[in-house]
Design a protein around this ligand. Structure first.
Ligand code: GLN
Length: 483
């Protein structure tokens, strides 16, 4: 049962092959048995799951249908879930029970999805390895000595280990696409504004975007359908109609113009990954796509710009965690200043503290023009590069990451080395564009992802290309040994 995709589960439930309660019980037992190896969950919500599954079965018995009705999922632990711990991977919020549901959580629950639990993540979504979680590192099911990617490493590891078919995640600089690449999944970061951020604990508000992590493009279409749409509670949510993503999966790729940026194949890229990317290009050419070399000249400036803008926004967003209103409070403070200092010093881990300091520095009066303003100008140049590229091509293709998943601990003492691994994903966040990562092969037994980027609101095009690719390849069907 645990090998089924969301699409297969929907068919099985519709054909009454099994009930949502049976499926939920099977997966909860599997999580109890296997999750100790990978640590992908922070909280399990067994009671909620069983009552949601029972309600979904009743709705089906009363004639309702829907691809998510009775489908088991999990939420990254930064989506607020009413009455349930929402920790953001931090000691700071270990005791925080959200007073309301995030829009994404509410929408998926209304569609009948069953929440099995809340998944592990880098603290406040800062990281690329899921090693900064206060709840411990997550292991990659493909090789337990390696990281699963981050910051949505818990969602990715859980889906890759077949503990459940799909999960929600968020992507500020690559945190859906990079863990998808590292664990052989398909992950989609939507256009900024496509999915509501209301109730999603903020890291860097102008970059954060929620999206689906699943094994196939077909399943990402189903989950995105349940997440996307205008939300009056999020002033950056965009009032654009949501297309039927599943209906668009089967369009032909004949004549699709794919741009391959020449800057992508630089010295930093593992040549074995480059070869797999070229194989995926050949595969898409067979399906009728036309390949064109393009250029993204400002790409080299994207990492420094991102690592100014994201910490700057984080330093502002995280100022609310002061030990007064919610979250961790230190013992016996001497006075108010001591309360602030010790609550934040004890509640936040070192990577979060580093980013708050970098961000506060970049925003300070003397350095604002030199760092923050300059970074914003680079952001515009990065966006302009994409706008001119998309005058010539329909999709941009390249690697998701320059290297496969590294060993646990390999980069934990060198934060800049980890930042550099974000080189291919970060530009889409700076520009607000949608991006997808899908399985493209293996290097030393570790999965490799190919990334597709599209113009604003063309999530459907990404899903269509990925689905056609997956109909003609079998990388996405490979299962990690032991799971
Ligand atoms: N690795 C990037 C960072 O650490 C991206 C994280 C994310 O997308 N949440 O900021």
């Amino acid at each position: 049962m645990h090998h089924m995709t969301l699409a297969e589960i929907a068919r099985g439930l519709a054909d009454k092959k099994f009930s949502s309660v049976e499926l939920t019980q099977t997966l909860l037992a599997r999580i109890a048995q296997l999750d100790p190896q990978i640590n992908s969950f922070i909280s399990l919500t067994q009671d909620l799951a069983l009552s949601q599954a029972k309600a979904a079965d009743e709705r089906r018995a009363n004639g309702e249908s829907g691809a998510l009705l009775g489908a088991p999922i999990a939420h990254k632990d930064l989506f607020c879930t009413q009455g349930i711990r929402t920790s953001c991977g931090s000691k700071m919020l270990d005791n925080f029970k959200a007073p309301y549901d995030a829009t994404v959580v509410a929408k998926l629950a209304a569609a009948g999805a069953v929440t099995l639990g809340k998944t592990n993540m880098d603290e406040f979504a800062m990281g690329s390895a899921n090693e900064s979680s206060w709840y411990g590192a997550v292991k990659n099911p493909w090789n337990l000595a390696h990281v699963p990617g981050g910051s949505s490493g818990g969602s990715a590891a859980a889906v890759a280990a077949r503990l459940l078919p799909a999960a929600t995640a968020t992507d500020t600089g690559g945190s859906i696409r990079q863990p998808a690449a590292f664990t052989n999944l398909t992950g989609l970061k939507p256009t900024y504004g496509r999915v509501s951020r209301w109730g999603m604990i903020a890291y860097a508000s102008s970059l954060d975007q929620g999206g689906p992590l699943a094994r196939t493009a077909e399943d990402c279409a189903i989950l995105l359908q349940g997440m996307a749409g205008f939300d009056p509670n999020d002033s950056t949510s965009i009032d654009e109609p949501v297309p039927d993503y599943s209906a668009g999966l089967n369009s032909s790729l004949q004549g699709l113009r794919i741009g391959v940026p020449k800057e992508y194949f630089s010295a930093g890229l593992d040549p074995r990954i480059a070869e797999l990317i070229h194989n995926s290009i050949k595969e898409l050419e067979k399906l009728g796509a036309v390949i064109k070399e393009i250029s993204l000249p400002n790409m080299q400036h994207a990492i420094p710009a991102y690592y100014v803008i994201a910490p700057a926004e984080a330093s502002s967003n995280l100022s609310r965690f002061d030990g007064v209103r919610f979250g961790y409070r230190c013992e016996n403070p001497e006075n108010l200043e001591d309360l602030y200092k010790r609550s934040r010093g004890e509640g936040f881990g070192s990577e979060v503290q580093r980013r708050i300091m970098v961000g506060a520095y970049a925003l300070s009066a003397g350095y604002y023009d030199a760092y923050y303003l300059k970074a914003q100008k680079i952001r515009r140049l990065v966006k302009n590069d994409f706008m001119s590229a998309f005058n010539e091509v329909d999709i941009i293709l390249g690697p998701t990451t320059p290297n496969p998943a590294w060993k646990l601990g390999a980069k934990s003492s060198d934060p800049v080395a980890a930042y550099l691994e974000d080189v291919y994903t970060i530009t889409a966040n700076l520009a607000g564009l949608p991006g997808l990562s899908m399985p493209a092969g293996f290097v030393d037994g570790l999965p490799v992802g190919v990334q597709l980027l599209a113009p604003y609101f063309q999530e459907g095009r990404l899903l269509n290309v990925a689905h056609q690719y997956q109909l003609n390849t079998d990388w996405h069907t490979r299962t990690p040994t032991g799971f």
